[in-house]
Design a protein around this ligand. Structure first.
Ligand SMILES: [Zn+2]
Length: 232
């Protein structure tokens, strides 16, 4: 695997995006709180997915027009439109963070910052050994788990596969695995078919937002990370 400097990757726009299925589930309000936070955080950082979501919503509007009109409960239309709105944070100011995160001084996307009540540097981490730390996102309701994952520059996460879905988005630094290199804003979806060993790029600790709907299952000898997820 080629060594990639995190610094080289910081100023690029995301290359690994959300699926149409996930964008549509988000627009229709079908996602639970942790998954919604994940999508809104990515939209904050990704002009490509914001444009794609607008296309999908326009398509959804055309499909609705083709249906026979039915009477709606009072307020239902407003409720639908509220759900379809992009997050308040999805604006050019946040996209500009990609180009120069230090000028704007913010690393966490604003939807995520609202949960923590602070930016990255003030998060309290729980050290898990092996260069890995975690911080659960506070205030997330029932359903999927959302947490921050920090891997020291140049360190590897033990080989593992997944019993459910795991979404990971890089917020600082970068990591690489068999499927490619992931830098700020990039999304990786791992499911039961993926058996991977992510390695953090040199130069800067890799910090990710992770959302899982089931514990990870370790294929190697070390079970420490599995225990960490189960107990969280
Ligand atoms: Zn995207």
């Amino acid at each position: 695997m080629t060594a990639v400097s995190a610094r080289e990757l910081t100023s690029q726009l995301p290359k690994h995006h959300l699926s149409d299925e996930l964008l549509m589930d988000y627009a229709s309000g079908a996602l639970d709180e942790a998954a919604s936070l994940f999508v809104s955080s990515h939209l904050t950082l990704c002009p490509h997915c914001r444009a794609r979501q607008a296309e999908l919503e326009a398509l959804g509007g055309v499909l609705l027009e083709d249906l026979e009109p039915v009477s709606m409960a009072e307020g239902a239309f407003d409720a639908l439109m509220t759900r379809l709105e992009l997050p308040e944070a999805a604006n050019d100011a946040d996209a500009a963070l990609l180009a120069s995160k230090t000028v704007a001084g913010k690393i966490l996307p604003s939807p995520l910052r609202r949960y923590f009540g602070c930016d990255l540097q003030d998060i309290s981490w729980q050290k898990k050994g092996g260069g890995v730390s975690v911080a659960p996102v506070p205030g997330i309701g029932d359903g999927s788990h959302a947490f921050m994952l920090k891997v020291e520059a140049g360190r590897a996460v033990p080989q593992h596969t997944h019993t459910g879905n795991e979404y990971v988005m890089v917020l600082q630094g970068a990591f690489a695995d068999a499927s490619g290199t992931f830098a700020r804003g990039d999304v990786e979806l791992a499911d039961g078919d993926v058996d991977h060993q992510p390695i953090a790029a040199a130069g800067e600790d890799c910090v990710c937002l992770a959302v899982t709907d089931a514990p990870l299952k370790f294929t190697g000898s070390s079970g420490w990370l599995l225990n960490m997820f189960v107990k969280m």
